[in-house]
Design a protein around this ligand. Structure first.
Ligand code: MG
Length: 162
């Protein structure tokens, strides 16, 4: 069944948000590499790859529902970081924003009686629980390390195992 236009548009906007997320994590990875946090840079690269997959998943769904995808503008990343805790805080805030964005589409799908989109979005809702949880873990780790350079680098090494 063809997607309703308002749902197609909302999903399409989410595609752009997922690719922006990828772009954001890519830049954070680069910043952390420059600051000497190679483990966190690696963790953020994995996150970048996941966000690209999220975008692809939604594109495939729109296509499967006979919708067309508009490849709209992806915003520039304007924030620069040298502190890993600041990155972790910004990443968590971003994931909370993405979670709310997905909930909003889910509610709209429910209102439209679009059962297929509700089912499709369930995967993303579950994924966001994990994203927020892992981002919180990273934030807590750097918070606990505080100003101790040794502890920060130990935690960074741990993130490199992702
Ligand atoms: Mg995502």
């Amino acid at each position: 069944m063809k997607l309703n236009e308002s749902i197609r548009k909302a999903l399409n906007d989410q595609v752009v948000k997922e690719f922006y997320s990828a772009y954001l994590y890519r830049s954070m990875s680069s910043d952390m590499k420059a600051a000497g946090y190679k483990g966190y840079a690696h963790w953020l690269m994995k996150q970048y790859e996941e966000e690209m997959e999220h975008g692809e998943k939604i594109i495939a769904y729109i296509e499967d529902r006979d919708g067309t995808v508009d490849f709209g503008q992806i915003d520039a990343v304007t924030s620069r970081f040298d502190c890993p805790l600041k990155v972790a805080e910004a990443a968590l805030a971003h994931e909370q924003y993405v979670s709310e964005s997905i909930r909003t589409i889910f509610r709209a799908a429910r209102e439209e009686g679009d059962i297929e989109t509700e089912v499709f979005l369930q995967w993303f809702i579950t994924e966001q629980i994990e994203e927020e949880s892992s981002s919180t873990d990273v934030k807590n780790g750097f918070e606990a390390a505080g100003d101790c350079k040794g502890l920060r680098f130990m935690f960074d090494a741990q993130l490199g195992n992702r």
